[in-house]
Design a protein around this ligand. Sequence first.
Ligand SMILES: Cc1cc2nc3c(=O)[nH]c(=O)nc-3n(C[C@H](O)[C@H](O)[C@H](O)COP(=O)(O)O)c2cc1C
Length: 192
Amino acid sequence: MTAVKTAIIVGSTRPSRLGRGVAEWVLGLTTDRPGASYDLVDLAEVGLPLLDEPLPSLLGQYANPHTIEWARTVAPYDGFVFVTPEYNHSTSPALLNALDYIYAEWNNKAAAFVSYGSSEGVRAVEHLRSVATEVQLAHVREQIKLSLYTDFVGYVTLAPAEEKVQSAPLLFDQLESWARALRGVREELAGQ
Ligand SMILES: Cc1cc2nc3c(=O)[nH]c(=O)nc-3n(C[C@H](O)[C@H](O)[C@H](O)COP(=O)(O)O)c2cc1C
């Protein structure tokens, strides 16, 4: 069986962000996952402008080269780990923008969330779960929640508590099994 293809998406883009380091830590936890491959996709490198498509993404008629390129980046993946900060009780505008840009490329795939913030990013993920539902991403229950107070030294250097590290395998198990199962759903729909 081919390994499920998974992207760890860095959801923050500002200078001095913590998000890139959190995503690299998540990537480091995936080295012994033989059933899946994990890549880092950094929205700061993708560099999407604020949504400038003339038509809603649901229609699948992407006009701009950066949208077509983003759709090509996302399309091959079976699953996603969204690494999100909490900004004003929600996710980052960059991540929401990246989700809004395209539609079919998210459909019938699996998602998991790793969040961080003063309140572990829990409200960011509650918002993201609504968005994920709308773009037909199946989001797993397990979540890694990192506190700026207890999982970072001096609010800057990532030093996760042991239980956070230990929750990772279950998150990957849930994500990979749904990502694998949803391949079948996409194949069935493509054959109709
Ligand atoms: C604009 C802004 C709003 C924030 N709002 C919240 C918030 O509502 N709740 C929270 O727990 N942390 C909040 N924070 C703290 C961030 O979660 C923390 O700074 C985190 O490092 C941001 O992620 P980043 O460094 O990857 O950009 C906020 C930070 C910023 C920049």
